[in-house]
Design a protein around this ligand. Structure first.
Ligand code: ATP
Length: 332
């Protein structure tokens, strides 16, 4: 039954931010009487640990020659669980090959690349949703396998593509990130995430119920609430999958401002869909077939005229009203 962890992990990937805020993973398995594949190693210590008094400085994220294959159990459907024999280990397909990079403390690394290239997989390994098959992932110099999952996930803020909101009040939705947050802190986070004005305009303020059956928020508003939740959690590491949904330009600008605040001073790994994000990135990693095909900053990569320049032309250039950039891409 340990193989049930696969489908469960796949589910949890959808809203890891919510999951980590809500429950300890161990508790889920306690309830289901399962042993997760990923668990604390004997003697695992706390990441950040006791010295975290003044709030730890942002750590580096390091991928040291990482190789990875999803566990074979990922392919097992829940329906077939009953017929699973205990130990078959079908050879798994490697989806990351020798991925090697460092996101320096407080810096932004953008991941771009075609669909299925391995971008999400890279972000999953930071939160240790899976263990690497080879090499190591380190945060602040410490292998993520050597620290407790609770302390690791407390340090990492994850925002997935579709910001999930519970059918509950804005206050409670925010408190999933930090149960002891005061109203003043929540309002401050909402303000910084460019959604304070909206909440202030609601008759019931923080008591407004949102979600499918409550106050209907636009895509941009939901994203900003998710960013506010991240600000409240105040992690030193951020893993973000930028939404692809088209926003009107006003909403887009507000999300952009909110993101800038949220990522400042934090070490961030962003699956980037916005030109403005990749332009600001300290390093862009172009992922292709599970490898880093190119790396560098926006301008250098454009000039190189390789895969990035091609991606720029097909995905990003149309977001750009700036004729000069278009020219640079075509000239490259
Ligand atoms: P996209 O831009 O479409 O989200 P991506 O670059 O994020 O794609 P990944 O989702 O990381 O790509 O997928 C990389 C490879 O791993 C793909 O071949 C995909 O089919 C495979 N893969 C992803 N998730 C799983 C899983 N849970 N089990 C088995 N294989 C998976």
């Amino acid at each position: 039954l340990t193989r049930m962890y696969g489908p469960l992990t796949a589910l949890s990937n959808v809203h890891v931010d919510v999951m980590t805020a809500l429950v300890s993973f161990d508790r889920v398995f306690e309830v289901l009487d399962l042993k997760p594949l990923i668990r604390d190693r004997e003697g695992a210590r706390s990441l950040g640990g006791p010295q975290a008094g003044d709030g730890p400085a942002a750590p580096a994220i390091e991928f040291d020659h990482v190789r990875f294959a999803y566990p074979a159990s990922e392919e097992v459907s829940l329906a077939s669980l009953e017929s699973i024999a205990r130990t078959d280990t079908a050879p798994a397909r490697e989806v990351l090959h020798d991925v090697d990079f460092t996101a320096a403390p407080g810096r932004l690394v953008a991941l771009v690349g075609p669909s299925g290239a391995g971008k999400s997989t890279i972000t999953h390994l930071v939160s240790r949703l899976y263990d690497v098959s080879g090499g190591a992932v380190r945060i602040g110099g410490t292998d993520v396998r050597d620290v407790t999952l609770d302390s690791l996930r407390a340090e990492i803020g994850v925002v997935s593509q579709d910001a999930h909101l519970f059918h509950d009040t804005i206050r409670e939705n925010m408190r999933y990130a930090r149960p002891d947050a005061t109203d003043a802190e929540i309002l401050q986070a909402l303000e910084s995430a460019q959604v304070g004005g909206l909440v202030a305009s609601m008759a019931e303020g923080l008591d407004t119920v949102v979600g499918d059956r409550g106050y209907r928020l636009s895509g941009g508003e939901k994203q900003r609430l998710a960013i506010a939740r991240l600000l409240l959690k105040a992690p030193s590491v951020v893993v973000l999958d930028e939404a692809t949904a088209h926003l009107d330009s006003e909403s887009e600008a507000a999300v952009q401002r909110a993101l800038r605040t949220a990522l400042a001073g934090r070490t961030s790994l962003v699956i980037a869909h916005r030109l403005s994000t990749i332009r600001e990135a300290d390093q862009i990693l172009v992922i292709e077939d599970g490898r880093i095909a190119e790396r560098g900053r926006h301008e250098e990569l454009l000039l190189r005229g390789g895969l990035y320049a091609e991606l720029y032309r097909t995905q990003f250039a149309r977001q750009d009203g700036d004729a000069e950039e278009e020219g640079a891409a075509e000239g490259a």
